[in-house]
Ligand binder design. Sequence first.
Ligand code: 8OZ
Length: 365
Amino acid sequence: MAKTDILLKPSKLGDISVPNRVFMAPLTRNRAHDDGTPWEEAATYYAQRANAGLIITEATQMHPLGKGYIQTPGIHEPKHVEAWKEITRAVHAAGGRIFVQLWHVGRIRHSSIEPEGEAPVAPTAEAAEAQTFTKKGFEPTSKPRELTVGEIEALVADYAKAARNAMEAGFDGVEVHCANGYLLNQFLHSGSNKRDDEYGGSIENRCRFPLEAVDAVIAEIGAGRVGVRTSPLGEANDVPEDDPRALYTYFHGELAKRGLAYLHVMESFPGSDRSEEKRAVIEDVRKAWNGFYITNGGYDAERAAEALETGHADAVAFGRPYISNPDLAVRIAMNVEWAEPNQETFYGGGEKGYTDYSDATLKAA
Ligand code: 8OZ
């Protein structure tokens, strides 16, 4: 038995069964229409990757102001739901499972993005030191305005509505994006949340909106169809945190009480250092979670197998490798070398670098 065979063991997470532990990580590809309708070619793209134990879609805005980059898809309008139906149908026909990642960018937005002219919204009216992708290329993010408590309550309801839309669109579940410096992560971290009301200050207060959003989604579709993604090291999009160990011990612990389908942790970022100190934070906050755990961040097959063998994780989400190896789980099963992705076609463009990578092993299998 090959060492990597552990990645091919079936499992159950929440309400769904998965045939293997090789998951497809959410990947922003910027090929949707300007009105947020996903591109038709996404049906082929995701169906090619149906060999993954679970596909998690590209980040998908759950509200018009949740959009911060050009050509990202939404799931807040009936036309979005109709278009996603074609994609989930194609994935299911190919034997796969697919969750949609619910996204609100908060202050990682340029006001030239649709709905044009609207300032971003955030916990606090301070601009991020970050860039976003606009029609002109990369531009600094715009200064946000502070969300009122009434607006936060409305957004909680919008998360539930987006989850309902996801079910109507035929998704197997949703992943609530609490990572990578976007809205819910901006509420969690001390560097981006300077509020002094019940949504800011203490760790409990900073976790309030993310937990309310997760609870609203659970109430709508059931905990067995809900996953959450976090990035405790906060390395993207200007969200410093004073005490990630304490914050994520609490946050993951609260999530653990809710019986979610999974927790998905972005443990390291492409190009970031993997110091012992950072690793220790990840190991500590992982212990606060008791259910199905997906790890992500620069894994190859061998390290992924190790993460499962040691009990650190139950599945590994692969991002870049799934771009250039649509048949990644089959390649692992057949011990076939992985193709390298072309970075120039990651964001925007057409079929090139999207649906034209070889899936030779799938055809051979
Ligand atoms: C890359 C480019 C734009 C957005 C994330 C949704 O990091 C993203 C993203 C990644 O979670």
